[in-house]
Design a protein. Structure first.
Length: 334
């Protein structure tokens, strides 16, 4: 361990869609939790140009120290330059743990960094904790989500993991928080880019996102048929909710892949989750850990989803859905 820095947990700051994608803030909160067990400092690492606004945000959300590389050449994300710079910083400062958001960017960036550092990387983790030996324990679904793998990196550093958005809760904004800012010069001769970005445009999001919905209605095979599943969309319209689906439902063609809730689909964190006819496979329930209040309807009282629920209704999911639609229509149009 580098004596100058001491033990540090790094969170890579991906700010490009900051107001919609909060995964960096969520990882800073989790890093603070992990740091208590190993007496480590929580550090954000940020590359870009004119990024002081985001540096301040990371300080307000839990970072003790922020490594900043601010240079016009880093204004646009360039994979080779970012990876080389991250490798250099890790070798110079020897972080104990490096956490990266499990976004499209993270899945491209983190494996390349891990390969260069000859260390392990666990992708799409759903839980992280420090064991009694001070080792980071990383839990991730395996074999298509049918099993949970518990992974540790004992002999290599840093210990690296990516985590999907929505798995952890960000800390409240602390206006009084202060962080040590360490400004680092980029290399004089950056590596040549194999790809050059000519222009990038961000398309506005016109549809509501399932991941951000306050109320979500998830349906499983217990809805009986495609026609039965369509009833959930009718209920969602009356409730101002979004509709999610399990993998068997999507594979049966009852819903589009965009509605898939699970390790291979969307991670959700609604205030209220209605679950109709869902048995509760691990691949699905791993994406529900951020839900606030869960109401499950299923004929089988022993279904995993029923045991997870705050309110479990033992009944036919189609009948309960139809009854709710009828009652809501009466209340909306008496």
């Amino acid at each position: 361990m580098n004596d100058e820095t001491g033990s540090e947990i790094w969170v890579f700051g991906d700010y490009r869609n900051y107001f919609q994608n909060r995964v960096t803030l969520q990882l800073l909160a989790k890093a603070r939790d992990l740091s208590r067990k190993i007496s480590a400092r929580v550090c954000a690492v940020v590359f870009g140009c004119g990024i002081d606004e985001y540096v301040a945000e990371y300080a307000a959300h839990g970072a003790d120290k922020i490594y900043v590389v601010d240079h016009p050449g880093l204004e646009r994300y360039q994979i080779d330059a970012y990876v080389a710079l991250m490798e250099r910083l890790c070798r110079e400062r020897s972080p104990e743990i490096v956490l990266v958001g499990g976004t499209g960017f993270g899945r491209e960036f983190a494996p390349r960094v891990a390969k260069r550092l000859k260390t392990g990387l666990t992708s799409d983790c759903i839980e992280l904790y420090i064991d009694d030996e001070g080792i980071l324990v990383q839990t991730a679904p395996a074999f298509g989500g049918n099993l949970m793998a518990v992974i540790v990196t004992r002999d290599r550093r840093p210990q690296m993991a990516t985590v999907r958005p929505g798995m952890f809760q960000e800390l409240p904004h602390d206006y009084e928080a202060r962080a040590q800012i360490v400004r680092i010069d980029p290399p004089a001769d950056p590596p040549p880019e194999r790809l050059r970005v000519i222009r990038s445009d961000r398309r506005p999001q016109t549809d509501r996102k399932l991941e951000d919905a306050r109320i979500v209605i998830c349906g499983g095979r217990g809805m009986g048929s495609k026609a039965g599943f369509r009833k959930l969309f009718e209920l969602a319209q009356l409730m101002g909710a979004e509709v999610g689906a399990t993998r068997p439902v999507v594979y049966s063609g009852w819903a589009n892949h965009d509605a898939l809730v699970g390790q291979a689909g969307k991670q959700i964190k609604p205030m209220v989750l209605f679950s109709f006819g869902v048995s509760g496979a691990i691949q699905h329930t791993a994406a529900l850990t951020g839900a606030g209040f869960v109401i499950a309807v299923n004929k089988n009282p022993d279904a995993v989803m029923m045991k997870m629920a705050d309110v479990a209704v033992v009944a036919d999911a189609k009948q309960v859905c139809s009854a709710m639609i009828k009652e809501l229509r009466k209340r909306i149009r008496p």
